[in-house]
Design a protein around this ligand. Sequence first.
Ligand code: 1GP
Length: 246
Amino acid sequence: MTVKEYLLDKMKNGTLHLALLDPDKQTSEEAGKLAYKIKEAGTDAIMIGGSTGITNENLSSTAKAIKASSGLPTIYFPGGPNALSSDVDSIFFMSMVNSADPFFVIKAQASAAIYIKKLKIESISLGYIIIEPGMKVGEVGKADLIKRDEIEKAVGYALACEMLGMDFVYLEAGSGAGMPVPPNMISAVKKAISIPLIIGGGIRTPEAARAAREAGANAIVTGTFIEKCSDDTTLRSVVNASKGVL
Ligand code: 1GP
């Protein structure tokens, strides 16, 4: 089964929780330990990535450590075309569709595609839409940020991603965002598209995770929260709220 099939299959039963680990933020050994902990809490897959500081080496060692400790599917979540490793199970082959710079829309992808094919890495296409505040990824990717009340604009971009044949849409408020993507935007986008919707950025409480799930998210991503949370019960409460597990 491919990672895409695994995700789609699991989504039939409800919202997924995806954990994001940044190879630049901890050693691979620590990433392995975190992956085990988050797997025990019930997460469904691990995304590996960050906006800066990712190298072939730290990507590879982190992917191997995560796989060895958790056995969960891994998905590379690239910040650019400068690092790649065949130690990941799959890659979100993503376009930041609301970037003002064609590099992040299609040029980076054009330079990476040939290597992804050579390494035979499963690619899962993803339309990546940055909502304010956007944080570092919005800045690095020169995003033409969608404001929190520009619902129709978000719907338009998401629908365009679906009509371009992408597998998933990801609404991103940016890692560490003070406020996650607003629930009314999530529900409007969800109503408009028929491909799965991933939500991330600034989700660090059970309430925020529940609000995103109830608004229609098919998968909820948390990164910063996992890196900072030292208490297993709190960790589990956010994963459970993402998945709708009581
Ligand atoms: C970033 O949406 C993800 O791409 C995760 O954001 O670090 O705020 O959880 P957080």
